[in-house]
Design a protein around this ligand. Structure first.
Ligand code: ATP
Ligand code: MN
Length: 462
């Protein structure tokens, strides 16, 4: 008999049919006549209840069915008399695939803290919370590809190992096959990377943007969606050392087009979650964040506030609010400042533009004022920065001047500069942190809880 997933069974099976379900036992209770097994197969947050007429089964087999064990059940789908479920399975045959010793199975009891669950990342997908988060994560990945595909964007795979360390978005992880204990040296004592695998020093990418721009200068509209790595030692609830980023890059887009796309994209994804992840969102809304669904709807239904950095600084300086980090024109905004603007002042998502050039990357298009660049950061409630983007400097001379001014190795970027030499065009793009999106959509509060296996300083166990 063919196995049916619980998600499908709850939607489409008629009472009286025999079905085969397979999954992991969440609980087993009952008495000496009848046992009730709550079975979950990860296809949906809901369990299916299996009713076992004890005397029809071998006692030794039934003993093996404990929380965490894996079983296959064949039985008739019947209307449920119990509360909280519409149907249940009257078991006819049960096969035990794998037992889970009650003494040692870590998820024996419910109600573990999220901190504890991080220590058992290999098992936490079996909890309701992580099932919900991981299904939402999947739906968002699918929604992202669907959004761009429907708009005619090309998915561009940019390299994970990069030879340029000029991206400037954060400290990098080196990739090498040299002997760590005894690397070849130059006469001045520095490591000789000519002997290394690629014949030069290489790192894990911090962003696919620069290569994304190369794609946009041929395919018009591209996006990347891949892992990025930053060796920053920032132990915050919003930073990972390995995270996924979505980076669209569009030829012929100016900063306003870029903002329009970012806002439309985020609203599309949140609507997609509301439509396609309703059960999981309801669960998370109930368990973790009673305002979650309301907040998601609010963001979809209201226009984002757009204003220049300079005005935002005025608001912050005049707010009378005591910030941990002082704020004045020229400083980079901390998450507390971003959240003040979003949560206290405007009470909705904010897009800040025209940041001081000195706190932003070399490739951003310079404004006429000589002080600011056409940057745009999208700030979200509870998160702070969720998107960072800009219109890019398309003028060869201005770009080169900025590279020199910032002491970036020009020779590492010759290929990037050539796009401005050969058929340059106005263009723009942005980067959306995938886990920040999942944080917002799921209502979870720590980024370690929205990726299956988080990579953070001193933590790469699983
Ligand atoms: P922040 O100021 O929050 O550290 P950033 O300005 O360094 O972020 P960008 O280089 O602009 O980040 O990266 C684009 C997006 O990637 C950010 O808007 C954010 O959503 C996400 N992001 C950046 N760093 C991290 C990280 N360490 N972990 C998870 N997501 C990140
Ligand atoms: Mn940024």
């Amino acid at each position: 008999m063919e196995r049916i997933k619980v998600s499908k069974l709850l939607k489409s099976v008629e009472f009286g049919m025999d079905v085969n379900v397979k999954g992991w036992v969440r609980t087993k209770r009952g008495n000496k006549n009848v046992a009730f097994i709550a079975l979950n197969d990860g296809s949906i947050i809901h369990n299916i209840q299996v009713v076992v007429d004890v005397e029809k089964f071998d006692e030794e087999t039934l003993k093996l069915i404990t929380t965490g064990s894996c079983i296959s059940v064949i039985g008739e789908l019947v209307e449920s008399m119990g509360q909280g479920q519409s149907c249940e399975i009257q078991a006819k045959e049960i096969q035990v695939y794998g037992t889970a010793d009650a003494e040692t199975y870590p998820l024996q009891k419910k109600g573990h803290t999220l901190e504890f669950l991080r220590e058992i990342a290999h098992l936490r997908p079996r909890t309701n919370t992580f099932g919900a988060v991981l299904r939402i994560r999947h739906a968002m990945a699918y929604g992202i590809h669907k959004y761009f595909n429907d708009k005619g964007f090309v998915y561009l795979h940019t390299p994970i190992i990069t030879g340029s360390d000029a991206e400037g978005a954060g400290a990098m992880f080196r990739v090498t096959t040299l002997d760590a204990a005894n690397p070849p040296k130059n006469t001045d004592g520095t490591v000789n990377f000519v002997e290394d695998f690629f014949g030069k020093s290489t790192n894990l990418t911090v962003s696919g943007q620069l290569e994304g721009e190369l794609g946009a200068m041929a395919l018009s509209e591209v996006y990347t969606f891949g892992p990025t790595f930053r060796a920053e030692n920032s132990n915050t609830p919003r930073h990972l050392a390995e995270f996924w980023m979505i980076e669209p890059e569009m030829a012929f887009f100016e900063i306003t087009d870029n903002m329009d796309l970012a806002e439309d994209f985020l609203k599309y994804l949140i609507s997609y979650a509301l439509e396609n992840c309703a059960d999981d969102l309801e669960f998370l809304n109930k368990m973790y964040d009673n305002e979650l669904i309301e907040r998601l709807k609010f963001v979809v239904e209201n226009p984002f506030e757009r204003l220049p950095y300079t005005k935002a600084i005025d608001i912050l300086v005049n707010s009378g609010h005591k910030f941990e980090f002082p704020v004045s024109w020229g400083t980079d905004l901390q998450s507390e400042h971003e959240r003040y603007l979003v949560e206290n002042h405007f009470k909705k998502p904010v897009i800040l533009t025209d940041y001081p050039r000195d706190i932003k990357a070399f490739y951003m298009k310079q404004n006429e004022d000589g002080k600011t660049v056409r940057a745009m950061d999208v700030l979200f409630p509870k998160i702070g920065e969720i998107i960072g983007g800009s219109q890019r400097e398309e003028d060869y001379d201005k770009l080169l001047a900025r590279i020199k001014e910032m002491n970036i190795h020009e020779e590492d970027l010759w290929w990037y500069l050539e796009t401005r030499k050969f058929g340059t065009a106005p263009h723009a793009g942005f980067g959306l942190g995938f886990e920040r999106l999942i944080l917002f959509v799921s209502g979870m509060s720590n980024i370690r809880d929205v990726i299956p296996f988080p990579r953070t300083p001193k933590n790469a166990e699983f």
